[in-house]
Design a binder for this molecule. Structure first.
Ligand SMILES: *Cc1c(COP(=O)(O)O)cnc(C)c1O
Length: 427
């Protein structure tokens, strides 16, 4: 496949932007080679600047659950642009999106809209700290909660792929306030809460992990976290930036029946435009300015274009049968990949919840950070490029979730599974 134009653009980009990109994992360091530059998305397909076409399993890293250029989203954004791209003042759209979120996500009584997932998690932790008067937070090794200073401790995929365990520039004094334990290890959480519970403002978790590849919470893990947090007076934050409206209408908390105190969202709720949100218990949200003393603000928060895209997206998802369709397509794909690997004796573990999945190049179960690290990343890199050359675009890292959208149909799955079979044979 000829990708000359992409390579030329990347050469220019590298002289202008760090690593030639505006977000590190896009640079292909996890798989080698030059990143692909795209000019058009349409449904489940991407067209690169050289005219090559790919079935897209990145979906802009999660937001595009309806596929690219879903007509009602395009129309909503276009209409909003005509009536005013930003007011810096209240407008009806933000009320409608807030209503859709509060009505759909069981534990969210009140919500604040922001412009990214990072903003949402940063604000949620500030709220937890302000509300409890405690400074520490507990996160899980390999989980990612955005690029905020407090989270860049054992922070998963993007950081992991670059081999930076922590980031320079994060003060040690701040990093010390971030405690970590292994995902899926309730015993470790219990021990930490017994020891440090009185210092802890919150436990923050990806209820289904996407950011060290997909990890499935063990039975009782999330409900156990709920119980331990309640017992120690520690707030429980579900970071549903990836899982919110992706795994079920009400997110992972609806799927697993566990109610956190605070929830962060992003990605899908913006329909492909920059929207984030944090919300939860009314008494906690009442502490946010101007109702309360904890400050958080944003010039473009609740932006009319972004909110219009989010509303159009959530309305489409609210139709009956959408999540069942996503589940059926995703299952067919994941089972097909596992069968293809087994057929040629490639050790592979496919983790999947709904339309989030990762194929780990290891025959052993993957359920936390050390087990994810057993995957053969060199082999993944070869697999990635074999697929790329056959018109299938996976996330360019072993430690990321791939996403199926509602635009993926029979033809896309068939195209992918054929490419997968040929790629395994070529490894
Ligand atoms: C993507 C992601 C974030 C960060 O969101 P941005 O919009 O990239 O700032 C935070 N938490 C989780 C779980 C994510 O997947």
């Amino acid at each position: 496949m000829d990708r000359t134009t992409s390579s030329t653009l990347f050469g220019r980009a590298r002289t202008l932007m760090p690593g030639g990109v505006n977000s590190p994992v896009r640079a292909f360091r996890g798989v080698g080679g030059d990143p692909v530059f795209f000019r058009q998305g349409e449904g489940a397909w991407l067209t690169d600047v050289d005219g090559n076409r790919y079935v897209d399993y990145v979906g802009s890293w999660g937001p595009l659950i309806l596929g690219h250029c879903f007509p009602p989203v395009v129309e909503a954004v276009t209409a909003a642009a005509r009536t005013g791209s930003s007011f810096g003042a209240p407008h009806p759209g933000e009320v409608e999106l807030a209503e859709l979120i509060c009505q759909t996500v069981p534990s969210v009584e009140k919500v604040r809209l922001v412009s990214s997932g990072t903003e949402a998690t940063t604000a949620a932790v500030r709220l937890a700290r302000g509300a409890t008067g405690r400074d520490c937070l507990l996160k899980f090794e390999g989980c990612y909660h955005g690029a905020g200073d407090s989270f860049l401790v054992k922070a998963g995929s993007g950081v992991e792929t670059l081999g930076l365990p922590d980031s320079p520039g994060v003060p040690a004094a701040l990093a010390q306030l971030t405690l970590t334990v292994p995902f899926n290890d309730l015993g470790a959480v219990e021990a930490m809460l017994s020891k440090r519970g009185r210092d802890l403002a919150c436990v923050i978790v990806e209820p289904v992990v996407g950011n060290m590849g997909v990890l499935v919470p063990k039975a009782g893990f999330l409900s156990g976290l709920r119980e331990l947090c309640t017992r120690h007076g520690v707030l429980l934050i579900f970071d549903e930036v990836m899982t919110g409206f992706r795994l079920a209408k009400g997110g992972a908390q609806a799927l697993y029946g566990v109610a956190p105190d605070l929830t962060t969202m992003g990605k899908v709720i913006g329909g492909g435009l920059p929207v984030g949100a944090y919300g939860g218990r009314k008494d906690l949200m009442a502490k946010i300015a101007p109702e309360g003393p904890i400050y958080q603000a944003g010039t473009l928060s609740g932006n009319p274009l972004a909110v219009a895209a989010g509303i159009a997206c959530l309305k489409e998802l609210a139709r009956p049968g959408t999540y069942e369709r996503l589940e059926a397509t995703s299952r067919r794909l994941a089972e097909g990949i596992a069968a293809a690997a087994a057929g040629v004796g490639v050790p592979l573990t496919v983790n999947r919840v709904g339309s989030m999945w990762t194929a780990f190049f290891t025959g052993l179960p993957v359920f936390d950070y050390p087990t994810a690290k057993r995957a053969d990343t060199a082999r993944f890199g070869r697999f990635f490029h074999e697929l790329l050359d056959r018109g299938v675009y996976l996330p360019p890292s072993q430690f990321e979730s791939a996403f199926v959208s509602l635009a993926h149909g029979e033809a896309e799955i068939a195209h992918t599974l054929l490419a997968v079979k040929q790629a395994f044979a070529a490894l």
